[in-house]
Design a protein around this ligand. Structure first.
Ligand code: SIN
Ligand code: MN
Length: 225
């Protein structure tokens, strides 16, 4: 199946992976990458990063996180969830830059806009274990991921945790779409290659994932009737 058929509207120039996965290499040029990093770091500032911890053991993740949009993903002793405000200050998350909404319109093939953009900051030895993105209420929308800065080794599995996996690099400017039959695919970051890019001040990698969280109103109405 071609990338276009898998996600219903992804531009050409992409490579085909399992159905529903589209890897748009170098989708953002250097200027677009720099602009996006500036906008994201400006929106987050110093105060808006937080240190997520695992629900059961309250252990810190190796990444720092923040969110943009009306909802943000957080993890702490109370579990994984989306919420409207920052876990420490309670302040609303900063708005999503227009460029991200435009990117979603280009690649998501979904009629409604994302509500959340999770921002992950990977320095040096940060990584992310194999997991599914399943805290959203609407799996009909894909997850759209943008890589900025250092190259990361991305690991992609199947629908079960013990399914075979493959790994491939995500470089700065790459966009990865997990949708359709791959919406709930297990995935993670094995490691980043420190110093492979100088895009991020202080070094490292920023990953942005755009997510639609709520169910469309039409679906809620029909479920209630
Ligand atoms: C994530 O799954 O939240 C992040 C993936 C990535 O950093 O590319
Ligand atoms: Mn994820």
């Amino acid at each position: 199946m071609t990338a276009r058929a898998a996600t219903g509207g992804v531009p050409s120039g992409s490579i085909a992976l399992p159905d529903g996965v589209v890897h748009l290499r170098h989708h953002l040029d250097e200027t677009a990458q720099r602009d996006l990093v500036d906008q994201v770091l400006h929106a987050i500032g110093e105060a808006f990063w937080f240190q997520p911890t695992t629900p059961r053991w309250n252990r810190p993740f190796s990444v720092r996180m923040s969110n943009l949009g009306t909802l943000g993903w957080v993890s702490d002793r109370r579990g994984y969830r989306y919420q409207k405000g920052h876990p420490e200050s309670g302040l609303p998350w900063p708005a999503m830059p227009a460029a991200l909404l435009e990117l979603w319109r280009q690649v998501a093939g979904h009629p409604t806009l994302p509500e959340a953009c999770l921002v992950n900051l990977y320095r040096d030895t940060a990584r992310m274990g194999l997991h599914q993105d399943r805290d959203e209420h609407d799996f009909s929308a894909p997850v759209v991921s943008v890589s900025l800065g250092d190259t990361a080794m991305f690991r992609l599995g199947g629908m079960e945790r013990n399914a075979p996996t493959r790994s491939f690099p995500l470089t700065s400017g790459d966009v990865l779409v997990l949708g359709g039959p791959a919406r709930l695919a297990f995935h993670g970051i094995d490691r980043i290659l420190p110093g492979s890019s100088d895009l991020i001040p202080g070094g490292g990698r920023i990953n942005l994932t755009l997510r639609r969280v709520s169910q469309p109103l039409a679906k809620i109405a029909s479920a209630g009737s």
